[in-house]
Design a protein around this ligand. Sequence first.
Ligand code: ADP
Ligand code: RBF
Ligand code: MG
Length: 511
Amino acid sequence: MQPPPSSSQAPCSRHVPSAPICGYTGVPVGTGYPQIPGTGMICCPLRVADADSGIDFGSRVQVQETVPALRACECAKQDTGGKGDETWLVDENGEGFCLPNNLYLTALNSSVLGMAAPKPFSRLISHVILDLDGTLLNTDSVVSKVVKPFLVKNGKTWDSKKAHKLVGKTPYEAAAAVLEDYGLPYSTEEFLSMINPMFSEQWCNIKPLPGANRLIKHLRSNGVPTALASNSPRSNIEAKISCHQGWKESFSAIVGGDEVEKGKSSPDIFSEAAKRMNTTPSNCLVIEDSLPGFTAGKAAGMYVIAVPSVPKKTAEFSTADEVINSLLDVRPENWGLPPFNDWIEGTLPIEPWFIGGPVIKGFGRGSKVLGIPTANLPAENFSDVVSEYTSGVYFGWAGLSTRGVYKMVMSIGWNPYFDNTEKTVEPWLLHDFGEDFYDEELRLAIVGYIRPEANFPSLESLIERIHEDRRIAEKALDLPMYAKYKDSPYLRNPLQQGSTTDGSQAELNSK
Ligand code: ADP
Ligand code: RBF
Ligand code: MG
């Protein structure tokens, strides 16, 4: 890394911190950010605000446009006897700049950063481009709903493992892949003309993925120009987004697969989106779930966050700028964009969901290996609900039919440390029972999110982190916004033993 100031900027050289504020040479602390020695501050991402006016410049303008200007302006200011301290910034190339003392830097040491392991410097993003299917919308569930019965009619059986191949493809490519996989005797055109009407009936049944509404609203309310770029034809995109309030008006550009020469994985769709937003690719951050989409974003010269919709395939995205688990894990501040401010005491409130069923046997590992018993629920019985909810660490309330309602912290997913092949649902009830309760009806109200599932360098560090999750959940559940769900009738009103439910209807009926 270069020394921060160049000699031509000598007037700025007072009070240069002993380590760069925005570098990656510091000591990593809990959140993964380096610490600024002697300040107790955790660095990056940075925001700039005007101390006199209190105006927060947000985090988009400062790095890209304001800071270089400030460098010159500050040096000029020093020449005329500018007052006070300057603060030095060093960017990822080791370039230094300084800020006048009426601008202060706030390190966004948010306790909410959890395990997202952001790259420890902010990027220069001003525009966002979102993919639609699989990124904002859970389109997969509708694909299976439409294609499954069609296959059955044609004497074939739907294989969910083959469905992964369809992710990110244009409708034509996906149709051709289905015909080939199942050996169906139709041309791609014939097949599309038969199933397209069935898809059209389903557009409004496609649910937003966790965090999609929140992200769209956030970008819009912070004035971040955002485009939608999808392999779907423009008319399908319009139909799908019209089912979701506030979506259409949140996009400053929409580009469909039929509006450019080649769909993803060619860069055309993304290049066109940047053009329509009057910006250059290097200003753009793409969020994509599929490999073709990710490849297209990179080929367009953009930054890409991958949110893989096919589980356990993150290796394919090793050259992505960031790989996250769900849109709940987007940290706009990592990219120089305004941060979310809806985290509360290390937790993110979610639209509650309710699931339940008999406690089943797991791997017998929870208590034996970790000293943390988890009362596993049969994930396959409510696979729709669980697949909708991305893996991660959540918390809420747990009702046991004959015992009561308890605080609960849980993991959903593949337990990366153990690399399970099946997704498991594992609530740890925060109560000492002193005995097993297999087969008892367990009801969950899941009210908040803590972090993505992660891998850990040792069993001890995994255990330590789960105990930290427990502390976060226990404390948060006393907040009225979460505490109120303790009284959900669903938790106390079990159906007959052995039945399994996604709870949402039961919850509605009981209100
Ligand atoms: P398994 O792999 O079969 O889930 P665990 O070692 O994870 O086994 O233990 C979980 C079992 O322990 C639960 O199914 C339940 O019967 C019992 N148990 C006892 N106390 C608790 C608790 N506080 N939270 C969850 N399960 C508990
Ligand atoms: N397993 C992981 O591999 N990574 C995790 O980040 C992780 N987080 C968990 C958080 C909580 C609150 C709980 C209860 C469990 C978590 N587990 C995680 C799952 C743990 O590995 C699992 O419960 C045991 O392997 C028993 O099956
Ligand atoms: Mg268990």
